[in-house]
Design a protein around this ligand. Structure first.
Ligand code: ATP
Ligand code: MG
Length: 164
């Protein structure tokens, strides 16, 4: 079932806006207005992926922090990036955050709560789409989580003409 990733992410952001507002966190969404970000994937599952990543970016941010979601295209792929300027993740924990129930330091977790399943689900869903989750993080600066999905480009106008 093809769908537009830009519209799906707008829905996710809309759903999480309350949660962000409570912490005075601003969510900014960047994409090219001229482009259609059509992909073929399990829409409900990709909704969960985006929901988990954006909700983490809010939860592990500082009050008054910012979350940026970027859609970029290259060749036949759409790249989704979720950035926060929160506390970041220590390098020794970075490899383990995708394990079930793994949470960085319990003291930090007190505030937000959670089960430590979100990223394990994200990883599992993306693997099922032949994709993978990437992360880079700097302590005290923030984190960037990203993944790719196939981009179903609209055919160019000339191509439409010649194929009729
Ligand atoms: P759940 O998502 O099940 O409610 P959770 O958020 O603790 O609980 P995950 O989403 O799997 O679980 O994240 C695992 C751990 O990785 C978190 O507990 C947190 O310590 C760390 N983490 C995840 N995202 C970020 C982020 N954007 N910034 C800093 N730490 C993060
Ligand atoms: Mg989570």
């Amino acid at each position: 079932e093809p769908f537009d990733l830009k519209e799906l992410i707008h829905e996710v952001i809309e759903e999480l806006e309350q949660k962000a507002a409570k912490r005075d966190v601003l969510i900014r969404f960047f994409y090219d207005k001229e482009k259609i970000y059509k992909t073929i994937a399990d829409k409900d599952k990709i909704f969960r992926v985006c929901q988990n990543l954006i909700s983490n970016a809010i939860k592990y941010n500082n009050d008054g922090g910012e979350v940026e979601v970027h859609l970029k295209t290259h060749k036949n792929h759409i790249l989704v990036e979720v950035k926060d300027n929160g506390k970041g993740i220590p390098p020794e924990d970075l490899k383990r955050i995708f394990e079930r129930f793994y949470r960085v330091e319990k003291s930090r977790s007190r505030e937000g709560g959670g089960t430590g399943l979100g990223l394990a689900i994200v990883k599992h869903i993306l693997e099922g789409h032949k994709s993978k989750i990437s992360v880079s993080s700097t302590l005290g600066k923030g984190s960037i989580f990203s993944f790719e999905l196939p981009w179903e480009k609209a055919p160019k106008k000339e191509e439409i003409k010649t194929s009729i």
